[in-house]
Write a protein that binds this ligand. Structure first.
Ligand SMILES: [Zn+2]
Length: 265
């Protein structure tokens, strides 16, 4: 008798707790690439391979060093300007980028081969990135469900501002600790205020924050039928979190909200 192998059902039963990192590929991956003319692989556009989608100066392609097993790793090269950053993109480019990134992320989410898809961005030496050229990553997991680690409280906080269907807040229950900004998009059609908030917070972190900060991350989540972005200024991670998973919340959130409002009004 033939046994019908129901992949969908098997998937539902197994939920891996860890992603597997390919240490052989990891070894081949170049260390932090310091900005030097001609040395940036994302500036060398003629030699880019495995391009998935392209729009203006934006290119989505397969990651050349796919260090994660059971995953489809892509890189979104955001611009042809090596020294730029999301915090200073012209508005038209910012909106196009968010649209292009979210569309491709959603498209991967719709693919039944994947259990979940994460979309994030690193900037600066403490953000975990290896290439300085402005880019984000969209990674589809075959078995892993990133939402298992996400709670509603990760996105609740002190409201900083609200515009149309978009809320900007600062976490009162941060995932890891300290300052985590959340931008919550209720409806896709309000992409512009959503993009504006993301850019303002990235700029705020790098130029007007209460501590000197040169690194941040953006994390996109599709949670509760909403698109949410968490923007996290990065410092050295607290040992209490590394060793004990204890998150910390600072007692000066109001001060940060006040500072932000004084600079961006
Ligand atoms: Zn470059």
């Amino acid at each position: 008798m033939d046994v019908v192998y129901d992949k969908g059902r098997c998937k539902a039963l197994t939920t891996p707790t860890h992603l597997i990192f390919d240490s052989n590929l990891g070894r081949k991956k170049p260390e932090t690439i310091i900005k030097r003319e001609n040395s940036c692989p994302f500036c060398d556009r003629e030699h880019l391979q495995d391009i998935i989608a392209e729009k203006g100066s934006m290119i989505l392609l397969k990651n050349k060093f796919p260090v994660l097993q059971e995953a489809f790793q892509t890189v979104l090269i955001e611009t042809d300007e090596c020294n730029s950053d999301l915090s200073i993109y012209p508005k038209a480019h910012l909106y196009q980028l968010l649209q292009f990134g979210i569309e491709n992320w959603m498209q991967m989410m719709e693919n039944k081969e994947y259990r979940s898809v994460c979309f994030f961005r690193n900037y600066g030496p403490l953000s975990g990135g290896t290439i300085a050229h402005p880019h984000s990553q969209i990674i589809a997991f075959k078995e892993y469900d990133y939402l298992k680690q996400i709670n509603k409280s990760d996105f609740t906080g002190l409201t900083i501002e609200r515009r149309k269907g978009v809320e900007l807040n600062i976490s009162t229950k941060p995932r890891v600790g300290f300052y985590e900004f959340n931008v919550i998009l209720e409806e896709m059609k309000e992409l512009q205020p959503f993009a504006d908030y993301i850019q303002m917070i990235a700029h705020f972190i790098l130029h007007h924050f209460i501590y000197r900060c040169n690194s941040y991350n953006l994390f996109f989540y599709y949670y509760d039928h909403k698109i949410i972005v968490k923007i996290v200024p990065r410092f050295v991670t607290s040992p209490l979190f590394i060793g004990y998973s204890i998150p910390q919340v600072p007692n000066n959130l109001e001060e940060v909200v006040h500072l932000f409002k004084s600079k961006y009004r």
